[in-house]
Design a protein around this ligand. Structure first.
Ligand code: NAD
Length: 368
């Protein structure tokens, strides 16, 4: 039975992968609510934008009347809440926007969802019973797994992965604001009975990733023969997941997850940042056109720059619960996913060039 999904942040990196997956591989309807900040790009949805099962609303999740209208007009069965300020470096330069969107915006959305769901209980109890609010969050809420004085949280060596029970210990304004939003969602479930689900995922990579993030930045710099800046000594460890695997996991949780539960999502791909950059260099050397102006080994471009304040040393997630209980497993290894990603950036120059020169924003404002 086709459902209506209200997706916030559907023009972002992960949100657009969820929207494309739902439209291309199911009969469900999608309503995408997105403010279109610098991170929102409707060009990432060009392949599905004309589908009659897809609708777009440009709105801020902090705008309560706009959120109430979106619920009233579209009567969703499932909310998937991805809208957020998501870049750690930007949260260090300007935390206020992160508190506003990630904390206040989530509270506004929860209240709009609660009002809609309460009304449904009277008008359509079956639909109210099946309603789900799925909040999408990050493993960065758990802090890091490093040992030693600089680590925010220390685990015994035997339990060296984040589980759903790991206490929260966020390090950056970004992860603190996401932790705050996770707590709000849990409180709305416990206090008001709103049928919520929470997922915490490791670092994503893949097509349509905004070029300020590590992997696309390194691919594009390596193609252009520009320096590849690595923070500190590059030994920070991240667990990487291909974005389309994350999108499939999210849809699985939204449709089959147990109300009130949290599911960790990860790819079992722990790599140091330096290993990731070296893997990108090897792929760029192999795949770049032989006519490129820069033909030296891409690894010769690696430089080490001052570390980011509060930089978490290691994240690694135990995704056993979602695998056992919902049968989700990633389809891509880091090697296959990274190859697809480099190939995508080589084949989709127009998408990223319009991001780099800003024209992706101008057009939607009617400027270009
Ligand atoms: P993104 O920055 O690429 O996209 C965020 C989207 O939200 C953009 O389209 C933006 O326009 C929209 N948005 C921002 N503020 C808004 C507001 N006030 N109202 C409406 N829309 C607004 O982010 P992403 O990487 O796709 O991440 C999506 C979600 O997944 C976030 O909640 C993030 O915390 C979480 N997450 C991300 C990762 C990752 O590796 N990228 C990993 C785990 C969890």
């Amino acid at each position: 039975m086709p459902k209506t999904f209200l997706i916030t942040g559907g023009a972002g990196f992960i949100g657009s992968a969820v929207v494309r997956e739902l439209i291309e591989n199911s009969d469900h309807r999608v309503v995408n609510v997105d403010k279109l900040t610098y991170a929102g790009n409707l060009e990432s949805l060009a392949s599905i934008a004309d589908c009659p099962r897809y609708a777009f609303i440009q709105a801020d999740i902090c705008d309560a009347p706009a959120m109430q209208r979106a619920f009233a007009d579209h009567q969703p069965d499932v909310v998937m809440h991805l809208a957020a300020e998501s870049h750690v470096d930007r949260s260090i330069d300007g935390p206020a926007e992160f508190i506003q969107t990630n904390v206040v915006g989530t509270a506004v959305l929860l209240e709009a969802a609660r009002g809609y769901w309460k009304a449904l209980q009277a008008s359509d109890p079956q639909k109210a019973e099946a309603f789900r609010f799925h909040h999408i969050s990050t493993d960065e809420v758990y802090g890091d797994l490093a040992e030693g004085p600089s680590s925010s949280f220390q685990l015994p060596a035997s339990s060296s992965l984040f589980t759903e029970e790991t206490p929260y210990a966020p390090s950056s304004p970004y992860s603190a604001s996401k932790a705050g939003s996770d707590h709000l969602v849990r409180a709305w479930q416990r206090t008001f009975g709103l049928p919520t689900l929470v997922t915490n995922c490791s670092n994503n990579y893949g097509p349509y990733h905004f070029p300020e993030k590590l992997i696309p930045l390194m691919i594009l710099n390596a193609l252009a023969g520009k320096p590849l800046p690595v923070y500190g000594d590059g030994q920070q460890i991240r667990d990487w997941l291909f974005v389309e695997d994350h999108a499939r996991a999210l849809i699985k949780v939204a449709t089959d997850g147990q109300v009130g539960e949290t599911y960790n999502i990860g790819g079992h791909n722990e790599k140091t940042n330096l290993e990731v950059v070296q893997a990108i260099c090897a792929l760029v050397d192999e795949l770049r056109p032989k006519t490129s102006s820069f033909q030296l080994p891409a690894s010769s471009l690696i430089i080490f720059v001052a570390d980011r304040p509060g930089h978490d040393l290691r994240y690694a997630i135990d995704a056993g619960k979602i695998e056992r209980e919902l049968g989700w497993v990633p389809q891509e290894t880091f090697e296959t996913g990274l190859r697809k990603t480099v190939e995508w950036y080589l084949a989709n120059r127009e998408w990223w060039q319009r991001v780099l020169d800003g024209s992706y924003q101008g057009e939607r404002l009617g400027v270009v």
